[in-house]
Design a protein around this ligand. Structure first.
Ligand code: RP5
Length: 170
């Protein structure tokens, strides 16, 4: 029987394969939430025509949100945002320069009219959660999985051994 491949709803793009270790954390988080996604390395500087083709065809293929990670002169998220009205979430990749402050400023300082929702340096998990929250606006089953994720996260802190003495207290 042919393997059924779920259509990706989140398009994850990064500027280089060297960004994969960070961006794979977004793939993992979306997998936990049952959100199909795809991951590509397409540099806005080294392969702009390929990037434009990818963005132009993404909506038709089922992509509803982009997550874009880049480091240094991190133009990828902004360039994607310039070519689509789908939401774009930027992930600054850590670099040798101040731990990725260069990437952060490059991604977050967008001109008005072209927004990129920017997460913390290396914050690929939060990018995935934000993408899932956007999709959950029109997907009650995904919303329920996000609520369960939050509750499990809270429980794991409440159940931490260091908090044993606080159980049942206010
Ligand atoms: C950026 O330059 C990429 O996003 C990556 O973070 C950085 C370095 O890329 P490589 O030289 O490792 O390909 O475009």
């Amino acid at each position: 029987m042919a393997e059924q491949v779920m259509q990706a709803r989140v398009g994850i793009v990064c500027g280089s394969r060297s960004d994969f270790p960070v961006m794979e954390k977004a793939v993992e988080m979306l997998g936990k939430l049952g959100v199909p996604c795809e991951l590509h390395a397409i540099s806005a500087h080294r392969a702009p025509d390929l990037l434009f083709r990818f963005v132009a065809g993404a909506g038709e293929r089922g992509i509803q949100v982009f997550i874009a990670g880049a480091g240094g002169a991190a133009h990828l998220p902004g360039v994607i945002a310039a070519k689509t009205i789908l939401p774009v979430i930027g992930v600054p990749i850590p670099t040798q320069i101040g731990g990725g402050l260069d990437s952060l400023l490059s991604i977050v300082q967008m001109p008005k009219g072209i927004p990129v929702a920017t997460v913390a340096v290396g914050g690929a998990e939060n990018a995935a959660l934000l993408a899932a929250e956007i999709l959950a606006l029109a997907d009650p089953a995904l919303r329920a999985r996000l609520v369960e994720f939050r509750e499990a996260q809270t429980r794991s802190i409440e159940d931490d051994e260091s908090n044993a003495g606080l159980r049942g207290t206010r």
